[in-house]
Design a protein around this ligand. Structure first.
Ligand code: DGY
Length: 323
């Protein structure tokens, strides 16, 4: 008998076809998110799951899924999965690193440029029929070329962002929990700076750290107060890395000039104050959302699931082998 797996949200047909070669597959192509109770019901008799960041995989859930051996997230982030609980219960957990670096870095740049050049504000104004002629001082923005870019988190995505900064002749500072090797610094033209220095010296601060208890509210009132009043904050990492209420206060009081945001605390219910700022570019957590990238993420997660349930050695294992 084939192992049983659950796909918790809509995926591409090719991914389901591939999984069906190996497993008895239950899919959720209607894409309605499962409540925690529904998720537990669907996983109760399954051996594996293809999950997304809205599925909370914790000990309470795992306790109700005695056959579960693998949880494969379609995301590089895995803060929705309790890895300790997975290890304790013999469940392999995986993520999808690498395949989304370019798309996410490209989108970070879309946010940087749109925010610096007030693109969404100008477009809304034009669509509202307000454009009656050219003016020298119309929608004056900020220069990106030649500016100082501060990258918080110089992992794969942060590096891809740094690589793109070269074309804009920028000075690049970075902060990382662990300083990267000198050859990587050279390759990306990035200079290490403590977080406070990076915040004080950058014209554009962009965040690329995973979310964990250690990075919860990494950027809060104190950190925002260190930024230049002309600076902008770009956030396409994970809701919770920034204290959204503190960011709103910093924008209101002019402590920083602007922000470009793809992720939020408690998304999709973002703080309504964000909607009122003209100097904030907003996106609905789509940094990795290109056809190719989302396909590759889902397929990589499926490959992890097949490997986890057939060899016990998925390529992107996150937790130590269970005993
Ligand atoms: C990730 O891969 O963690 C992204 O946030 C999913 O969109």
């Amino acid at each position: 008998m084939k192992p049983r797996v659950q796909v918790t949200r809509e995926v591409f047909d090719e991914v389901l076809d591939y999984l069906a070669e190996h497993f008895e597959v239950s899919a959720n192509q209607s894409d309605a998110p499962f409540t925690p109770v529904e998720l537990a019901e669907h996983l109760a008799d399954k051996h594996g799951a293809l999950t997304v960041l809205t599925d909370r995989v914790d000990d309470a859930l795992l306790a109700r899924c005695p056959n579960l051996k693998a949880v494969c997230n379609i995301a590089v982030g895995f803060n929705n999965i309790d890895l300790k609980a997975c290890s304790a219960r013999g469940v392999l957990a995986t993520n999808t690193p690498g395949v989304l670096d370019s798309a996410t870095a490209d989108f970070t740049w879309a946010l940087i440029l749109a925010t610096a050049r007030r693109l969404t504000e100008a477009e809304a104004w034009l669509r509202a029929g307000e454009w009656h002629g050219w003016k020298l001082k119309q929608f004056l923005g900020q220069d990106v070329a030649g500016a100082t870019l501060g990258i918080v988190g110089l992992g794969r995505i942060g590096q891809a962002v740094a690589r793109r900064a070269r074309g804009f002749d920028m000075k690049v500072l970075y902060f990382n929990r662990k300083r990267v090797d000198a050859d990587i610094e050279r390759e990306f033209g990035a200079t290490y700076a403590p977080l406070d220095t990076l915040l004080a010296e950058s014209d554009i601060v962009t965040l690329h750290t995973p979310y964990s208890p250690a990075t919860h509210h990494l950027i809060g009132a104190q950190q925002l107060a260190r930024m230049k009043p002309t600076a902008m904050l770009i956030h396409a990492a994970r809701g919770g890395v920034v204290d959204d209420a503190a960011l709103i206060e910093a924008l209101k009081s002019g402590k920083i000039a602007a922000a470009g945001l793809d992720v939020f605390e408690s998304e999709p219910k973002l703080n309504p104050a964000f909607l009122r700022f003209k100097n904030v570019v907003l996106a609905p957590h789509i940094a990795s959302s290109t056809h190719r990238t989302r396909f590759n993420m889902a397929m990589l997660a499926a490959r992890n699931l097949v490997a986890a349930l057939t060899t016990g050695k998925p390529p992107n294992l996150l937790n130590p082998p269970a005993n």
